[in-house]
Design a protein around this ligand. Structure first.
Ligand SMILES: NC(=O)c1ccc[n+]([C@@H]2O[C@H](COP(=O)([O-])OP(=O)(O)OC[C@H]3O[C@@H](n4cnc5c(N)ncnc54)[C@H](OP(=O)(O)O)[C@@H]3O)[C@@H](O)[C@H]2O)c1
Length: 282
């Protein structure tokens, strides 16, 4: 994650301040991040917009009460983050096209919608960067993939990297790899939570209370992740250090290795990739 002590970004419009939009917003509101000209956010419902309207530096609009909320938000914005559901993207782009500021960078977080689709629905005067963040953005620990489109300039990618570094780490990949990246880091938090659920169930089956099981398992995932990061060691080496020859962990790892988790994860991520292609085609 970037040192957010001295980050300055130009005026931002965020269209769709739902789960992902708000996660990104939390980084933009962190101490040390200055958004010159402020942040405009839009929602459909007035109630959702009201949740954000008291936030310093944020102007919240709702289409329910201001039909031209999205056009107002993008007018003068140099970064326009599109964070509505993928199916809603085309209509939204048609709505805002004429109000976009020439030179603006339109940043998509919509899964599966290509930069070609964005570019075909937007004026030639703006550029597009597609991104795939993940939900740990809420705690500043996101991993976000970014890819440029046909018109994207290196400066646009650098700007969007700075934007997403306010919520974590950024990896730049060709757009052809972005859906695959989504199957690893985009969906990845769900895989980790699923593993945590399964190990917690095993702990409860061994007689621990749900609270004890949660402490044991959550603490172990957190501690192991922090050890991995702070030691700089390879995970295989850290695993070997817990696995004494002839010991108890070795027996457990042998059972897990028999399950061939690598091929299981390949199948799971292949299934996610196939689904993202189905969604893109629909
Ligand atoms: N959640 C994730 O893990 C994740 C990860 C990567 C990418 N994404 C992408 O992020 C995008 C948003 O997902 P989400 O989970 O944040 O969905 P969400 O919670 O449903 O948020 C979507 C938001 O868009 C607003 N909205 C809908 N139509 C609008 C319009 N015409 N103008 C202005 N605002 C409008 C909704 O407002 P109301 O609430 O008022 O209806 C809602 O707040 C999706 O494209 C998704 O693919 C999500």
């Amino acid at each position: 994650m970037t040192d957010t002590q001295n980050v300055t970004l130009p005026t931002i419009a965020m269209l769709g301040a739902g789960s992902m939009g708000r996660a990104i917003l939390s980084g933009l509101l962190a101490p040390g991040v200055t958004v010159q000209g402020g942040i405009r956010v839009t929602n459909r419902s007035a109630a959702r917009a009201a949740e954000l309207s008291g936030t310093a530096g944020v102007t919240a609009y709702a289409t329910e009460t201001k039909a031209d909320a999205n056009r107002l938000a993008v007018d003068g914005a140099e970064i326009v983050i599109v964070a509505v559901k993928p199916a809603m993207v085309p209509d939204l782009l048609r709505e805002i096209g004429a109000s976009l500021t020439p030179g603006a960078v339109v940043v998509s977080v919509a899964a599966g919608v290509t930069t070609a689709t964005f570019e075909s629905l937007l004026p030639q005067t703006v550029t597009v960067v597609r991104s795939m963040p993940n939900t740990p953005a809420v705690v500043g620990k996101a991993v976000t993939g970014i890819s440029g489109g046909n018109r994207t300039r290196p400066d646009d990618l650098a700007l969007v990297r700075t934007l997403f570094e306010t919520v974590g780490e950024v990896v730049e990949v060709p757009e052809s790899q972005l859906d695959a990246l989504g199957t690893i880091s985009g969906s990845g938090p769900a895989y980790v939570f699923f593993l945590i659920e399964q190990l917690t169930a095993a702990a409860v089956a061994k007689g621990f209370t749900p609270e004890q099981a949660a402490t044991l398992v959550n603490g172990t995932f957190l501690g192991a992740s922090e050890l991995l990061v702070s030691s700089g060691e390879d995970p295989a080496e850290l695993r070997r250090r817990v696995t004494s020859p002839g010991g108890t962990t070795e027996r457990a790892i042998a059972v897990l290795a028999d399950a061939d988790l690598a091929s299981l994860f390949t199948r799971a991520t292949d299934a996610a990739l196939a689904r993202s292609r189905e969604l893109a085609a629909s």
